[in-house]
Design a protein around this ligand. Structure first.
Ligand code: ADP
Ligand code: GN1
Ligand code: MG
Length: 374
């Protein structure tokens, strides 16, 4: 880490009510949205403690205090329940450290919002699943998370990004951006646009059922990608669900679906060789078993829509990457110029793979959830 970054993070960290002195820090680059640092503090006893300092991305979260309100609410709720029921997601929970003065955040020099979390020790995140045990564990953790937050009153949680998983709106936005083509990139993505347009009807399949009262709105995580769950570095057991910024009313099918999107393919999200993209059936099976083992609250129609969730969110994420590419990479962090279109292409290829295996996926779910299906 450079001296400038070290002094920025030191200055921010000193505004939080944590003891000891700052030793040093590093940036963690696995998320696409916030800026995340890990910092080490030393106590007089010589003991070292690590913390996460996170700068909220205000381009994405235009009301960062609403985000903090939700994170406070959800961490408090989970911690209370874990203490009361002695039930946890595998050992550690996410906690906010207060700022000096008692608030859950501090303001940087430009008014930007920073927060501090406990560092989940002995764990790491995966960008790609290597074993079906990892897939099972990740899905069970997000399933348990769904159960744990199911009794938060909807009015306690604010909508941090309106229409976040409103897939038809995502489609409509893409159509507008295609029309405007602000960066002149449209010509190079004609095939992707045609692929998406052919699947317009799929975009509405879940929101229509929500509107018809056939799927319940719940408090959901809404960003259940694989690297948002910390896994024990020795045992690969899921320890703690993180990245709570998008916890708000939503549909369970999107949460399960994002696991299918991020934990069935052996290829990186921005892999250029699309032959590597695949929907691995054993990983899907582990995800389905894990999610159902973790979550008791699903209705028969929610279970019947889990595979649809995989298809819809893979399409939606492809649409979002394509939109961002056409807009000139204004939303997702990118490390090189064509990264968003590379990401889009893996999503569309994965959707094709899911479509090819859809019957097998549905049959598997029907088998394991026989007693719970309509
Ligand atoms: P983003 O919204 O940018 O995805 P995340 O909250 O997911 O931000 O954090 C980015 C990465 O930082 C995670 O994938 C994880 O590797 C690491 N991380 C975040 N919070 C913690 C934590 N409390 N303990 C350990 N690592 C963490
Ligand atoms: C972002 O923040 P991160 O990297 O966990 C995004 C998700 C996308 C994902 C695609 C707030 O997740 O919605 O599905 O990238 N988060 C937000 O990888 O937009
Ligand atoms: Mg994340």
């Amino acid at each position: 880490m450079s001296d400038t970054l070290n002094s920025t993070i030191k200055a921010i960290s000193q505004k939080f009510a944590i003891s000891g002195y700052f030793v040093g820090g590093n940036e963690i680059k696995s998320g696409h949205i916030n800026t995340t640092y890990i910092a080490t503090y030393a106590l007089d006893s010589g003991e070292r403690r690590r913390y996460i300092f996170q700068l909220i991305n205000e381009n994405v979260f235009t009301d960062p205090l609403a985000v903090m309100h939700n994170v406070e609410c959800v961490t408090r709720h989970i911690n209370r329940k874990v203490l009361r029921a002695r039930r946890d997601l595998g050992g550690q929970t996410l906690n906010l450290y207060s700022a000096k003065g008692g608030r859950s955040y501090v303001k940087g020099e430009g008014g930007e919002i920073w927060r501090c979390y406990n560092f989940i020790e002995g764990c790491h995140t995966y960008d790609i699943v290597e074993t079906s045990h990892q897939a099972y564990q990740a899905a069970r953790a997000f399933g348990s998370f769904q159960d744990l937050v199911s009794d938060i009153p909807a009015e306690d949680v604010l909508e941090t990004i309106p229409d976040f998983h409103n897939t038809p709106r995502r489609f409509a936005k893409l159509m507008q951006v295609i029309e405007a083509d602000p960066e002149g990139r449209l010509e190079s993505v004609r095939d992707e646009v045609a692929f998406v347009k052919k699947r317009e009807a799929l975009c509405s399949s879940l929101v229509n059922q929500l509107e018809a009262g056939e799927l319940p709105q719940r408090i959901t995580h809404n960003d259940t990608k694989l690297n948002n769950v910390m896994m024990d570095s020795e045992t690969d057991e899921a320890v703690c669900v993180i990245d709570l910024d998008t916890v708000m009313p939503g549909l369970s099918s999107y949460d399960f679906g994002d696991l299918v999107r991020t934990a069935t393919s052996p290829a990186a999200e921005d892999e250029k060789d699309l032959n590597k993209v695949e929907m691995r059936m054993p990983m899907f099976e582990a995800l389905a078993e894990g999610y159902l083992d973790g979550c008791d609250c699903l209705t028969p129609n929610e279970i019947a829509n889990l595979v649809t969730g995989g298809k819809v969110i893979t399409l939606e994420t492809g649409i979002r990457f394509l939109t961002d590419y056409l807009e000139g990479d204004v939303y997702f962090k990118t490390a090189y110029e064509s990264q968003n279109i590379d990401r889009c292409r893996t999503q569309l290829k994965l959707l094709e793979c899911i479509e090819g295996k859809e019957d097998a996926m549905r049959n598997f779910l029907a088998r394991i959830a026989k007693s719970k299906l309509p």
